[in-house]
Write a protein that binds this ligand. Sequence first.
Ligand SMILES: NC(=O)C1=CN([C@@H]2O[C@H](COP(=O)(O)OP(=O)(O)OC[C@H]3O[C@@H](n4cnc5c(N)ncnc54)[C@H](OP(=O)(O)O)[C@@H]3O)[C@@H](O)[C@H]2O)C=CC1
Ligand SMILES: O=C(O)C1=N[C@H](C(=O)O)C[C@H](O)C1
Length: 256
Amino acid sequence: MLRLILSGCNGRMGRAVAAICAAQPDLEIVAGFDLLGTGDGSFPVYSSPAQFQGTADALIDFSSPAALPALLDFCTSRKVPAVLATTGYSPEQLEAIDRAAEKVPLFRSANMSLGVNVVMELVRRAAAALWESCDIEIVEKHHNKKVDAPSGTALMLADAAASSLPYQPDYVYDRHSVRKARDRKEIGISAVRGGGIVGEHDVIFAGDHEVIQISHSAMSREVFASGAVSAARFLATVQAPGLYSMTQLVQQTVSD
Ligand SMILES: NC(=O)C1=CN([C@@H]2O[C@H](COP(=O)(O)OP(=O)(O)OC[C@H]3O[C@@H](n4cnc5c(N)ncnc54)[C@H](OP(=O)(O)O)[C@@H]3O)[C@@H](O)[C@H]2O)C=CC1
Ligand SMILES: O=C(O)C1=N[C@H](C(=O)O)C[C@H](O)C1
């Protein structure tokens, strides 16, 4: 039995993870954390991690960057490994995650789908081959309830492209405020918000005579939820503190 804590349990992703746990007999949600401190009654819900006195094999967090300090205190002091799937962390929060990962296993990815992690590798290769002839632009589209922009995935894809470039690119988020032609060393990142779009990412390599586009569309939240559950299973097998990502999860899956 894998005993899980679900942080952000009342949200869209929290409910998607709870649905997966309900369908898998070896998964038990022992507690939920959410601002409200109440849920649908299928497990106890606490408005702050410190209120929970029990133990768990892993925690999955899909909540808000505001939840991070209390979560890191909880996970490091109680030695509960955590899957941090929330996006929109500040640079200081990312440093706090790095420090906490010295004490307890943590897993962080802005996108828990296997497909996006394959796309990242394709983007690295395309950028290495095309940077001299093509401009790189990223367009992401999400539902009208998403609060952070650009998406964590768009930033991850930009970093993947940047890792293959022989220069440090500038990420440009807003072309509205400056009247100026595009610089070669930019990566443009644009965000669209509307309706119920689950999550779409296009990485565009635009040359003078050809355009190459690498795209990913999530068809439902289940893809992220099941990736997070796989990450929690992975963490439960990992003993050593450290910051883990989809790269290690994919490596373990391939070698099994
Ligand atoms: N890594 C990945 O693959 C994915 C990541 N995400 C990310 O996950 C996060 C959640 O997304 P989503 O489920 O759509 O968002 P929702 O707003 O639907 O859910 C977030 C939940 O967390 C609660 N919450 C907010 N602040 C806190 C806090 N300080 N402590 C505890 N709970 C809190 C919210 O309560 P209330 O509603 O009362 O504010 C809400 O119930 C976002 O950052 C999103 O970008 C989403 C999908 C995939
Ligand atoms: O908020 C969402 O919904 C999503 N957020 C993640 C992100 O910011 O990249 C992942 C996914 O695209 C859905």
